[in-house]
Design a protein around this ligand. Structure first.
Ligand SMILES: Cc1cc2nc3c(=O)[nH]c(=O)nc-3n(C[C@H](O)[C@H](O)[C@H](O)COP(=O)(O)O)c2cc1C
Length: 196
């Protein structure tokens, strides 16, 4: 059984960049969710899922919610890439409630990372939605209005993965430690049997 797997759904590449950095830091694979079969998800002990935010939903999260019962013995992490500042506790509390049942909320380690928007990459509908959101933001923060209205922002940065990686690595180290202790005990028991 693999210890850890990163799975992601990324429309314009922000989540994918975070997924690749996390996988690199933890020494595991990062796979797009559309290429992952249930059997592969069930093979690992720790599953780290990442999705971009779209109108208050975590893109691709159904891969987890649909299989939540099957994933009941996994350690689950979810991270998001979005244009809402990670410090906006009210928004992320709403997002968390909207995307996860109460049962899931108790089991998930959740991390929000800043995303990116590049107007020229967006499809027509997405560009329209984003323009409305950015006009709203420009009104609230007139000093940076021009930046918002250009819709040319890339806040994706590897520094943000640090708390997630530290938490995941801590759990993986605990598992390693436990494995080592069990192996030592097994060897001691075998040694004792041989002496008797
Ligand atoms: C149509 C649309 C809707 C969006 N809705 C949200 C949202 O509800 N909350 C948010 O924080 N960001 C929102 N964003 C910003 C995206 O989450 C951001 O661009 C993110 O980097 C996308 O990640 P991806 O490229 O990995 O799919 C939206 C972007 C678009 C184009």
């Amino acid at each position: 059984m693999k210890d850890v797997l990163v799975v992601y759904k990324s429309r314009y590449g922000a989540t994918e960049r975070y997924a690749q950095w996390i996988a690199e830091a933890l020494g595991c694979e990062a796979l797009p969710v559309e290429k992952v079969k249930t059997a592969t998800l069930l093979e690992c002990r720790m599953l780290i899922f990442g999705g971009g935010l779209y109108m208050g939903r975590i893109n691709g999260i159904a891969a987890l919610t649909r299989r939540f019962q099957e994933l009941k013995d996994k350690t689950l992490f979810v991270f998001t890439a979005g244009m809402t500042e990670p410090e906006d506790d009210g928004y992320y509390a709403f997002l968390y409630t909207r995307n996860f049942t109460e049962k899931m909320r108790k089991r998930i380690h959740f991390f929000a990372f800043p995303g990116a928007v590049e107007a020229q990459k967006l499809g027509r509908f997405h560009r329209w939605v984003m323009r409305m959101a950015m006009q709203d933001r420009a009104k609230k923060d007139p000093a940076n209005a021009q930046e918002y209205l250009k819709m040319q922002m890339d806040f994706v940065d590897p520094q943000y993965i640090k708390p997630l990686v530290e938490k995941a690595q801590g759990i993986l180290d605990d598992w390693d430690e436990k494995k080592k202790r069990q192996e030592e005990l097994r060897q001691q028991a075998e040694g004792g049997e041989a002496e008797a």
